[in-house]
Structures are given as C-alpha cells and as structure tokens.
Write a protein that binds this ligand. Sequence first.
Ligand code: B4P
Length: 195
Amino acid sequence: KVPINTDKTPIVWILGGPGSGKGTQSAKVVDKYGYTHLSTGDLLRAEMDKGGEMAKTLSTIINRGELVPTEHVLSLLKSEMHAKVTAGTKGFLVDGYPREKAQGIAFEKDVAPATAILYFEATDDTLVKRMRYRGATTGRSDDNEFAIQQRLKSHHETKQALLDEYPSKITKIDAEFSVDAVFADVEKALLPIIA
Ligand code: B4P
C-alpha cells in the first residue's frame, strides 16, 4: 500500500457556498492537471446509492440540507484517499470538506495540514438560481427549495469561522462569472503549487 506522502503531495481544499461551483471547477483541475479528486458530496451520494439503513439516514440528513456528522464524512474521506493514492499521485483536491471549522481541525490532526485553500464566493441569489436550475434539470434530490434554504443558512453560520481559521492559506475566488472565467482565476491561484 502506498502511504500518503503529505510532505510532498499537496492537499488543496476547494470550499464555498452550496452550488458555488466546487464540483464544476474541481473536475476542470483534475482534467487539466491530473490531481486526485475527492468530493465529500460525491462520496455521500455514492453511499446513498448503496441502499440500506445508512443510506436512509444519509438521505434524510442531506435532503433536509443538514450536515452529515463529521466522524462519518472524515472516515469516508480518509478511506478514499488511501484507496486512490498511488506512487504517482500529484496532489489531492478535497472538494466540499471542511464544511465547518471543527471538520478542518479534525482533518489536519488526522491526515495532514492543507497546503492551500480556494474559497468560491457568490451571492445567495446566484447560488439559489444555480441550485434550482440543477434541481430542475438533474433531479438532484437536495436541490429542493427547503434544503436549498437550509444549506445556505448553514453556509452562513459556518463561513466566517472557517475563513478566520486559515487567513494565510485561503485565496478567495469570485464565482459569479462563467465557468471558464472562474477557471482562469483558479489556475492563477494554483499556479505556485501546480507548476
Ligand atoms: P456538495 O455535493 O458539496 O454540493 P454543493 O455544495 O451543492 O455543490 P458544488 O459547489 O459542488 O456545486 P456545483 O459545482 O455542482 O454537497 C451536498 C450535500 O452533501 C451537502 O448539503 C451536505 O448535506 C452533504 N455534505 C457534503 N460534504 C459534507 C461535509 N464535509 N460534511 C457534512 N456534510 C457534507 O455547481 C452547482 C450548479 O451550478 C451546477 O449545476 C453547475 O453546472 C452550475 N455552475 C457551476 N459553476 C457555474 C458558473 N460559473 N456559471 C454558471 N453555472 C455554474
């Protein structure tokens, strides 16, 4: 088994409000730079697809727009990092984690410090429009009106403490623009690490 060489392998957290484009931009970084993508949202949806009692519990939490308990999310994340790491792993993009300060502290204690953090910012209006559109076009179950409002509420409650915890590592990215325009800023921010 290849160990996660955290001294040499960068770990980039991709954060921001619900629907701010974390998954969209992570996919582009992975395509272009070959980073290993870990999305806690995707991992949780994969768990939900497996069925059974755990899937039911997760669906209830996620479709209400609440946060899944940290122990569960972090344990999924760590297993996936170990499963995906290879001798040639260039770096990890951790998308959607941490959602709150305590999650960040737990990750840095259990895994390794984050190398850099990108934080996508957009107005609530933009976030709501994107989530509604995705809900209508893909049927994603947590893009329902009730969950959208809850996710925004939880985002606003946790945002500042997260930003305050990592002032020197965070680059804020204006996520109001087109996917390609936002990606240009993402590349600029990652240049010192990726180049
Ligand atoms: P996530 O899967 O992380 O969902 P998200 O925040 O809504 O999405 P994201 O920011 O990736 O948006 P996307 O690129 O798709 O989380 C879902 C749920 O899982 C959470 O609410 C929570 O319950 C649970 N969860 C996840 N992580 C957790 C954790 N760490 N702890 C506890 N619980 C956790 O973009 C959204 C839409 O906008 C797309 O349709 C896209 O096409 C569009 N879009 C993106 N960028 C655009 C742009 N620049 N212009 C126009 N449209 C754009």
